[in-house]
Structures are given as structure tokens and as C-alpha cells.
Design a protein around this ligand. Structure first.
Ligand code: PGA
Ligand code: ZN
Length: 420
């Protein structure tokens, strides 16, 4: 048993050059420091209105060094539930806006790291206990759009899922090939405008559908079979598109009713090897989300991000909307609440994906959460920029520690082998 001896907050910088909160927790037996843990809060750009709220970073750091430190001194660091309860009570708001979600998530995660360090275990092993573990299946962004690329395309993420890969490391090998092929295709046609916030190519497409056709082309160019080796996952982030009851596709200069949007997505599901669609409708468009899930939920993952905001309560009230939940610790604020959402998803028969934010850092906690909790999918952004690669590389280290290729890798179980 280790007790919290000190909690420290500091202002650091994220992948968009914006300030964020780092927390450090020092623990010991008696008064002697024994171990420490550190974590940094990420930040979203296309946030759901139900998310826990970040506050001014200087203020958040003051809270970490002041009231939060005071409340946690001498607490048992292994008792994550009690720590998180204390933070929630101390904050006292529904949306964590007093202490700040950025302060709370950094401290909550730093406590978990410190507990694992005191137990002399990597965080994934500390969380998993004696349970068998596996590496998650990555969803990796190839093109970035929406709020992460000033609307270059309306859809936010065109992602690759290596459904035929036999291991995490093989999925990364294949992704590297497809990512490069996709960039080369854009460059050749003079359509490459740089990289977006999560490291995916910033494309100059003429339509949203062009991105689907291009991604299929890139998969083939890289020598893989679309729909058999590699498939597509989309994040529509549709909350960003809804204005005045219609979904606006600015790139195509048109707007769609929910019914038209559904018809377009269903057509895409027929025409392209898509295995997952996130936020296909806006966070408050409950009827459309339910109708779409009814129409396509047996064929494809329908993922609630803004729609569920990692809230166990919202997931329990889903009433047939979506079949998969995105787990973002900073969306709800604490590790315990994120875990509660994951536990609820299993109980309710929903799939789950651990996810990074568009504003990230070298912090690799989410990889440990996915492995340690046994969440079988992980979304981190693209295959460039070190805040993304740090996470993929951490996954490789864990895979190696687990004995590499003999591990069970859930891609084929999750997605089967689909026909092209
Ligand atoms: P955000 O986007 O981090 O900007 O909210 C990520 C996502 O939509 O999954
Ligand atoms: Zn999303």
C-alpha cells in the first residue's frame, strides 16, 4: 500500500501548441518517496456539448497544486475509485467546470501511473491483474478533415482498419504502406495540402465520396485487397455539420436532411468496404441515430463519440442508438468513470474503442488503458507526428513484452473476412 505524498501540477504544451495540464503524483510508504506517476490532459477540437469542461490552464494548475493536492495527500493511491470520488465531490459540478476536466483527468491518470509504478508494474499489467491481455485493433487516420483541417473535407476522419492483419505490429506495417501510398496519390494529382491536426493527409478533394474512392485506391496501390486485408472506418463528426436541422456539406455546396444523409451513408456502405462509422448523425439527432442503427447496425459498427461522451448514463439510455461507444477519459473526467462506461458497454452488448483527442502529447496512457482493460480497439489519429507515433510505438513495446506474435489479436474476430 502506497500513500500519496505530493501532487504537483504544471503547464505544458500540446501537439497544436496549446497549453495543457500535466500532473505528477509522488507516492511512498511512510514519508519516503517510493514512486511517481505523470499524465497530461489531451484536448478536443470537435467536442460534444455533454463533455466535461476544460478551464483556463493556469487556473487548472493552481487547483492541482492547491485544493486537489490537499484533498489527496495521504490517500491510498491504489484506491482509484476513492480518489476519483474525492475529485468529483471536490469539484461538485455536473461538468467538472470548477476544478476543470483538464486538471481532473491529469490527476486521475497520474494516480494510476503512480500506483502502477509503486507496484513495479507497467500500467497495462497493473490494470489487467492476472487476466490475459491482447493488443487492440487500431483505427488509423489516413485523411483528416472537418474541424481538424478547416473543413478541407466535411468528414472528419477517413481511417484504415487492417482487418486481415494477424497482429498489432503487422497492422502498423500495413498502415505505413497505405499511408504512404495515399500521400503519393494525392501528391501526384496536386491534391496534397499538408497534414491535418491528427497527422492524416490534408486533402483537396472535390467531394467527400472522393476520399472513399481514393482510400480504396491507396489500399490497392500498397498491394492489399480492399475489404479483405484493409477496410475503412469513418468519423463523420456530424454534430459539426448540423445547422438549422440540415447536414451541411460545404465542400459539395449542398445540405441534406437526416433521411438524405442516411440514404447517402447506406449507399456508401454498399459501394465501399466500410466497417465502422462514428457520429453519423449529430449528438442531439436521436431519431436519426436510432433509424440508422436499425438500418445498418447489423452490418457495421456505429460509434457514438459526441453522442455518448463516454457517459455510462447516456449509454444506458441509448435505446437502440449506435452499437459501439468511444472511450475518451477526458470527455468524462476520471479514470473510474471511463472504466464504468467500458463495463456498461460490455453489459449492454456494445463494442468499445479507446480514443485519443485531436490535441495530444507524448502521454501514452490510453494505450495502457486499452490493453489493461481489454478494450479491443484503439483510435489515436494518423501515422505521423510524434504525439501519435508515441502511442503506436508504446503498443509495439507492450506487444513485445507479451511475447509478440503468438498473442491473440482480435481483428479477424471483430471484423471477419469481408468480401471486396
Ligand atoms: P476531437 O476529435 O478530439 O477534436 O474531439 C476526435 C474525434 O472526433 O474522435
Ligand atoms: Zn469523433
Amino acid at each position: 500500500m502506497a500513500k500519496i505524498l505530493n501532487v504537483r501540477g504544471r503547464r505544458v504544451w500540446d501537439s497544436r501548441g496549446r497549453a495543457t495540464v500535466e500532473a505528477e503524483v509522488i507516492v511512498g510508504r511512510g514519508a519516503t518517496p517510493l514512486a511517481s506517476g505523470r499524465a497530461i490532459a489531451p484536448a478536443g477540437a470537435s467536442t460534444g456539448s455533454g463533455e466535461a469542461k476544460n478551464i483556463d490552464v493556469r487556473k487548472a494548475v493552481e487547483h492541482v497544486n492547491g485544493v486537489m493536492r490537499k484533498a489527496l495527500l495521504t490517500a491510498r493511491v491504489e484506491d482509484q475509485a476513492a480518489i476519483d470520488r474525492k475529485l468529483i465531490e471536490l469539484d461538485g459540478t455536473r461538468d467538472k467546470s470548477r476544478l476543470g476536466a483538464n486538471a481532473i483527468v491529469a490527476v486521475s491518470l497520474a494516480c494510476a501511473h503512480a500506483a502502477a509504478a509503486a507496484a513495479k508494474k507497467p500500467l497495462w499489467r497493473y490494470l489487467a491483474g492476472n487476466k490475459p491481455v491482447a493488443l487492440p485493433v487500431p483505427q488509423i487516420q489516413i485523411y483528416g478533415g472537418g474541424a481538424h483541417a478547416r473543413g478541407s473535407v466535411d468528414l472528419q476522419d477517413y481511417m484504415l482498419v487492417c482487418i486481415g492483419a494477424g497482429s498489432f505490429s503487422e497492422a502498423l506495417e500495413w498502415t505505413a504502406e497505405v499511408y504512404r501510398a495515399a500521400g503519393a496519390r494525392l501528391a501526384k494529382r496536386n491534391r496534397l495540402a499538408g497534414v491535418a491536426d491528427e497527422g492524416g493527409w490534408w486533402p483537396a478533394f472535390k467531394s467527400n465520396e472522393e476520399g472513399l474512392a481514393e482510400l480504396v485506391g491507396a489500399i490497392s496501390d500498397a498491394g492489399f485487397e480492399p475489404g479483405r486485408d484493409c477496410a475503412i472506418a469513418l468519423d463523420v463528426a456530424a454534430t459539426q455539420l448540423l445547422r438549422g436541422g440540415r447536414y451541411h456539406l460545404s465542400l459539395e455546396n449542398r445540405s441534406l436532411s437526416a433521411e438524405q444523409m442516411q440514404a447517402m451513408l447506406l449507399r456508401w456502405l454498399e459501394a465501399y468496404p466500410i466497417v465502422s462509422i462514428e457520429d453519423p448523425f449529430a449528438e442531439n439527432d436521436v431519431a436519426a441515430m436510432k433509424a440508422f442503427t436499425k438500418a445498418a447496425g447489423d452490418k457495421v459498427q456505429i460509434v457514438g463519440d459526441d453522442y455518448f461522451v463516454t457517459s455510462e448514463q447516456k449509454l444506458r439510455a441509448a435505446g437502440g442508438a449506435c452499437n459501439t461507444v468511444l472511450l475518451k477519459p477526458n470527455q468524462v473526467g476520471t479514470l473510474s468513470e471511463t472504466l464504468a462506461c467500458w463495463n456498461a458497454s460490455r453489459e449492454l452488448g456494445y463494442r468499445a474503442i479507446v480514443s485519443a483527442r485531436s490535441g495530444e502529447t507524448e502521454d501514452v496512457s490510453i494505450v495502457h488503458l486499452a490493453v489493461g482493460w481489454g478494450v479491443p480497439q484503439l483510435k489515436v489519429g494518423s501515422f505521423s507526428r510524434s504525439e501519435r507515433m508515441a502511442k503506436w510505438n508504446e503498443g509495439l513495446r507492450i506487444e513485445e513484452a507479451l511475447g509478440g506474435k503468438q498473442l491473440i489479436y482480435p481483428a479477424r474476430r471483430l471484423f471477419g473476412r469481408r468480401k471486396s
